[in-house]
Design a binder for this molecule. Structure first.
Ligand code: M6R
Length: 614
């Protein structure tokens, strides 16, 4: 939600900031804007809509030369997505410019205070309040850093604020609470941004800031303090992916590239995590064997696609560890007074590591002394940092808003955790674990095989471009896959799509079936006996009522053929691993459907990649 960039150095700040915004646009695209420190004044330009609109406005004018600047790409919370509410926002005298990610929860009271002091605010945003307050502190004699600290101490909620001023040409000050902020450490130049992607082409040396820290950057210096002004330190890290990972590399969309990267992402997530004798070692899990043996309940919390990975985690965790496992939407968990204690392990799954609902749920769990294990794709992000332990997926940067490779690697991570628990608790013999790990190692080539056969799925999307409803049916681990297929289609193709547990069909959803309604059915492997046979009956039932059945089934599954209008053959894999292959055609279908319907695949309407507000 909202991408922010700040730059101080010797290069043209406008170019650096705009390029940074381009790489952060996935975080929000309701409006975009920049502020440059130009002589004794601030230059700002901002436009509602995507970055291209801002680019156009800037090209039509003559922006001044500047080497200090800030920029913003917005996902609107307070105030409509129009030019007036676009960031940056200025203080009353126009000498301080501020960009912001998050929500300042006490902004109404602060706004009332400013208005009663005679200040006129020009927008409906919470951000403008911060700009006015910072400038007011400077008017009273504070420097920009001190002003930022003073104001941050008065703010409630979640925020990353980045400010600059024409009173001092060569500095940008940023602060964070509950929202992401990283510093890029260059030679004679420094950066602040919501994500390393913004500065990766300039430097791969970075620093993450902790909660309630303020950083002041100049071309030569990076100074970190806490909100009280005490010297503090950020945590330095090296970004180990390069610029190519953040480029489309010839694909029309990031989503297509990320779908294609899935075999590698899975292989990377497995890499080095088991020893030559087939035992799992998960070094990052900083929980002792004793603590892991003491766990009597697991609760998985997550949102969206990560929640679907969590639903799958339940099957594998309970199957291999026999520890009871609940799965809950992070946004619900926190508010229902869940039963959690020191013997509970909470697994928080989040690609970005910044999702506010998941973060708040994990804090709630830790307050009750549960052990929290994060599964995340983003090194050093808030959720892993605040957890007791972490298992990183290694999908590389996921830029398309629709999650694909992160999902498959989250499923793999859940398998690894379940097997690790089984190993530590002595529930599985070494050779059993080795055998399962060998099956996992074959998954990248199985996914690659599916990717090689998806052209008919694209063709089907082109044929079905005009339908209004698509349904998805699954049983057992096929059920979360059905939910994920429907979510992808909703978010990308803006159509009615629903996933159901096939056993629920006759309890209501079957009423939705009418002539020609496309229904994707995920069929368990043939070897699953009753489970498989029940699914075949379900296909027959919906087909008899006119559904157009698109059946995903194991290669050579003769039993389903008579009831399948379309048959998508999946490589034979064990049942618990089937979601890793069955999800792929559904991703491809949604992506193609969005293209056919003329939508922006990478930036679907109303959405943003990381949801950093509740
Ligand atoms: O970064 P997270 O994994 O915490 O994000 C959770 C959801 O917001 C995310 O999976 C969302 O549902 C995706 N856009 C779905 O494709």
């Amino acid at each position: 939600m909202c991408g922010i960039v700040g730059y101080v150095g010797a290069k043209p700040a406008l170019e650096v900031v705009l390029e940074g915004l381009r790489r952060l646009e996935y975080r929000g695209y309701d409006s975009a804007g920049v502020a440059l420190v130009a002589g004794d004044a601030l230059f700002t330009e901002k436009r509602a809509g995507k970055l291209a609109k801002l680019d156009k406005a800037l090209s039509a004018g003559t922006p001044p030369a500047a080497t200090t600047g800030i920029g913003h790409t917005r996902w609107a919370t307070h105030g409509a997505p129009n030019d007036r509410n676009a960031h940056p926002h200025l203080g009353a005298g126009g000498r301080v410019a501020v960009v912001h990610n998050g929500i300042i929860e006490n902004f109404s009271a602060l706004r009332a205070e400013l208005e009663s002091a005679g200040q006129e605010l020009r927008s409906e945003t919470d951000t403008e309040v911060a700009a006015h307050l910072i400038e007011a502190e400077i008017d009273k004699g504070a420097d920009l850093t001190t002003a930022m600290r003073q104001v941050c101490r008065r703010l409630d909620g979640a925020f990353t604020l980045v400010a600059t001023t024409c009173d001092d040409h060569d500095q940008v000050v940023a602060a964070r609470r509950n929202s992401p902020l990283v510093v890029g450490l260059g030679e004679g130049e420094n950066f602040v941004a919501s994500d390393v992607a913004a500065f990766i082409e300039h430097t791969r040396e970075a620093m993450e800031l902790a909660q309630d820290q303020v950083v002041t950057i100049t071309g030569e210096q990076v100074l970190v303090t806490d909100f009280a002004g005490n010297p503090s330190e950020g945590k330095r890290f090296h970004v180990d992916w390069d610029i190519a990972a953040a480029e489309k590399s010839g694909y029309d969309y990031f989503m297509l590239k990320e779908i294609a990267e899935q075999p590698q992402a899975i292989a990377d997530t497995l890499l080095g995590r088991f020893t030559d004798d087939g035992r799992l070692h998960l070094d990052e899990i900083r929980l002792s064997d004793e603590e892991l043996r003491g766990i009597d309940k697991i609760i998985v919390i997550a949102c969206g696609t990560a929640f679907h990975a969590g639903l799958l985690a339940k099957y594998v965790i309970e199957h291999w560890t026999r520890i009871p496992c609940e799965v809950e939407l992070a946004s619900e968990f926190r508010y229902r007074d869940p039963i959690v204690d020191r013997d509970t392990m909470v697994i928080a799954i989040s690609q970005s590591g910044e999702t506010m609902d998941t973060l708040m749920a994990l804090r709630h769990a830790r307050e009750q002394r549960a052990k929290v294990l994060a599964i995340s794709n983003t090194n050093g992000s808030t959720i892993p940092r605040e957890s007791d332990a972490v298992l990183y997926t290694r999908a590389g940067p996921e830029i398309a808003v629709a999650s694909t490779k992160a999902f498959l690697t989250q499923i793999v991570a859940c398998h690894l955790i379940a097997l690790y628990l089984a190993q530590v608790r002595g529930l599985k013999y070494g050779d059993e674990i080795t055998a399962i790990l060998r099956q996992l190692e074959r998954i990248p080539s199985a996914v690659a095989e599916v990717l090689g056969t998806v052209e008919p799925v694209r063709q089907l999307a082109r044929e079905l471009g005009d339908v209004e409803t698509v349904l998805f049916l699954g049983r057992h681990v096929g059920y979360p896959v059905a939910l994920e297929g429907a979510l992808k289609l909703k978010e990308l193709a803006y159509m009615h799509a629903e996933g159901f547990a096939a056993g629920e069909l006759k309890h209501g959803p079957i009423a939705l079936i009418e002539e020609g309604v496309p229904v994707f059915v995920i069929v368990p492997p043939k070897g699953r006996g009753v489970l498989h046979d029940k699914m075949v009956s379900n296909i027959a039932e919906i087909r008899a009522r006119g559904a157009r059945t698109i059946v995903l089934a194991e290669q050579g599954d003769e039993a389903v053929a008579p009831y399948a209008d379309e048959l998508i053959a999946l490589p034979a894999v064990p049942t618990l691993l089937q979601p890793l292959v069955a999800t792929v055609p559904l991703q491809v279908f949604s992506c193609e459907m969005a293209t056919v319907r003329g939508h922006d695949v990478d930036q679907p309407r109303n959405l943003a990649k990381s949801v950093t507000v509740e």
